[in-house]
Design a protein around this ligand. Structure first.
Ligand SMILES: NC(=O)C1=CN([C@@H]2O[C@H](COP(=O)(O)OP(=O)(O)OC[C@H]3O[C@@H](n4cnc5c(N)ncnc54)[C@H](OP(=O)(O)O)[C@@H]3O)[C@@H](O)[C@H]2O)C=CC1
Ligand SMILES: Nc1nc(=O)c2c([nH]1)NC[C@@H]1CN(c3ccc(C(=O)N[C@@H](CCC(=O)O)C(=O)O)cc3)C=[N+]21
Length: 298
């Protein structure tokens, strides 16, 4: 079998950002609106710092306003909630992202619930979760699953109807919304997790396999149906023999690419698309808040 298509998430994301930048220009020119994204980062986790820096940079490159709120890890839950309430009221802010995870003394559920659903560009609020689950177009869709779906639709020429999809992982931020999105696309969806009896067997049936587990290179060649599309959400930092660290996904890329039809690499796959979709969601949120139609660009 010929080698798999390596899906270039970085290039894909660049295209999405170029479209977002055009939309932002239109909004400025015709509606006098500049979308604004507020990112809240609590604590000093180095990986989170990198993501937040990338988000801020790319938000500005697309012509949007970026507001950054860094807080010490000992901030109280109440203080963080007060910050969120203020952002809900701030007309310059169309999107709010509170970087997860939060320190243990703060309830993530409470903070997510405090975000105004129309500004919830992560799509984590139960209102948006419910809208997605009921197939409503009004949902703010979580960025990572949305990015995965865009790449899958591109690979399949737009239609996923009837495909067998297996999602590995059932977190609220990736696995569950990914399953809901694929179901809305008329896939036959199976979600597997740490209590699944025979994961390997389930995975082998998949035309579409989405891995969101957080276990380095867990998914092996033998688990893959020949020709399947494999989307690797995992971001795992592992130590190499020389003591340096490197990023690997949840899929054993080098061996899996010999059997699958398409695969996303790590890095350069889902990660860049997540940020691009965040920017796209911010434009959507701004348009809805201003009650204007989203600019159509090619
Ligand atoms: N590229 C990107 O943009 C993003 C990447 N990520 C990455 O994706 C990965 C998953 O993230 P997230 O969903 O937040 O992770 P969570 O830790 O919240 O969820 C992991 C899921 O995987 C399941 N799981 C864990 N171990 C196994 C196992 N051995 N066999 C089967 N299932 C297992 C868990 O099952 P159970 O529920 O039974 O415990 C759980 O449902 C991480 O590597 C994360 O860094 C996350 C967000 C964005
Ligand atoms: N409220 C919230 N929303 C999130 O969307 C969110 C979050 N919290 N917490 C953490 C996870 C993780 N996440 C990533 C985003 C981009 C890359 C990314 O761009 N990765 C690059 C590599 C970056 C590197 O080198 O470290 C790549 O895969 O090519 C990765 C991971 C968003 N998350």
């Amino acid at each position: 079998m010929s080698d798999a298509k390596i899906i270039d998430g970085k290039a894909f994301a660049q295209n999405v950002r170029a479209r977002v930048a055009k939309q932002v220009q239109d909004l400025k020119d015709y509606n006098n609106v500049t979308p604004g994204l507020a990112v809240v980062l609590v604590g000093e986790d180095p990986a989170s710092q990198v993501y937040v820096r990338n988000k801020v940079k790319q938000t500005e490159e697309c012509g949007m306003k970026s507001l950054e709120y860094r807080r010490d890890p000992d901030i109280s839950e109440q203080e963080l909630l007060t910050l969120v309430y203020g952002l809900n009221e701030n007309p310059e802010v169309n999107g709010i992202l509170v970087q997860l995870p939060l320190p243990d003394h703060i309830s993530e559920d409470k903070v997510i619930a405090a975000i105004a659903p129309e500004k919830d560009v992560d799509g984590f609020h139960v209102i948006n979760t419910g809208l997605l689950a009921t197939g409503s177009e009004d949902a703010m869709v979580p960025c990572t699953p949305l990015g995965c779906l865009m790449m899958l639709k591109d690979f399949y020429g737009g239609d996923l109807t009837g495909k067998r999809a297996v999602v590995v992982g059932r977190s609220n931020i990736v696995g569950k919304p990914m399953g809901a999105l694929l179901l809305n696309e008329s896939c036959t969806v199976t979600t597997v997790h740490s209590r699944t009896q025979d994961i390997e067997e389930e995975c082998r049936r998949a035309d579409i396999l989405v891995a969101a587990v957080g276990r380095p290179e867990m998914i092996k060649k033998e688990w893959i149906k020949p020709g399947a599309a494999v989307i690797d959400v995992g971001i795992n930092r592992i130590e190499k023999e020389d003591g340096k660290t490197k990023l690997v996904g949840d899929v054993a890329f080098d061996e899996v690419k010999e059997v699958c039809g398409a695969i996303t690499p790590v890095p350069g796959g889902v990660g860049p698309m997540t940020i691009a979709c965040l920017l796209a969601n911010t434009v959507t949120a701004a348009c809805r808040q201003h009650k204007i139609e989203e600019p159509k660009v090619d």
